[in-house]
Design a protein around this ligand. Structure first.
Ligand code: SF4
Ligand code: SF4
Length: 145
């Protein structure tokens, strides 16, 4: 979140509030199963109300102190070693759901088997959303399919 704050500030935004919310892991339904739940959503709503109050009562947002966020700087580097992307097996029906849902547009819309490993952030969205169980990771550090 520290890195996200810095990126949006570099692009001209003023960050006045930030929060992280729990959600079921895209990699497996065994982590944070069925989250966010009702309590999580209530907390998110409370955060929204507080953020609205903060901006409403702030006299000078442009000159406000940089928002403090717990985190690492220098940012933590991902340590997969090599970049990798999911593989596609023969079950693929070319429905295109994976490409439609890839947050990085790493999957070619002309060929759903063609995935740009440089763009892929290993989020597993394509694996979770594929109705034919056609995508999987084949990598020593990422086994999912
Ligand atoms: S979602 Fe699955 S079946 Fe559909 S194009 Fe992608 S890999 Fe193929
Ligand atoms: S793992 Fe995520 S980023 Fe990579 S191709 Fe699939 S949906 Fe796109």
């Amino acid at each position: 979140m520290v890195e996200l704050r810095d990126i949006v500030e570099k692009n001209g935004f003023i960050v006045f509030a930030a929060s992280a919310f729990i959600g079921e892991h895209s990699y497996t339904d065994k982590v944070a199963t069925n989250r966010p739940d009702t309590k999580d959503l209530q907390k998110a709503k409370e955060f929204g109300v507080k953020a609205e109050e903060k901006i409403s009562f702030s006299q000078d947002l442009l000159n406000a102190n940089k928002l403090f966020i717990k985190g690492n700087f220098p940012y933590k580097e991902r340590k997969l070693g090599v970049k990798c992307a999911p593989e596609t097996n023969i079950n693929c029906t070319n429905c295109g759901i994976c490409a439609d849902n890839c947050p990085m547009e790493a999957i070619s819309f002309n060929n759903y088997r063609d995935i740009d490993a440089e763009k892929c952030i290993n989020c597993c969205s394509c694996i979770q959303k594929c109705p034919s169980s056609a995508k999987s990771f084949v990598h020593e550090h990422i086994i999912k399919g």
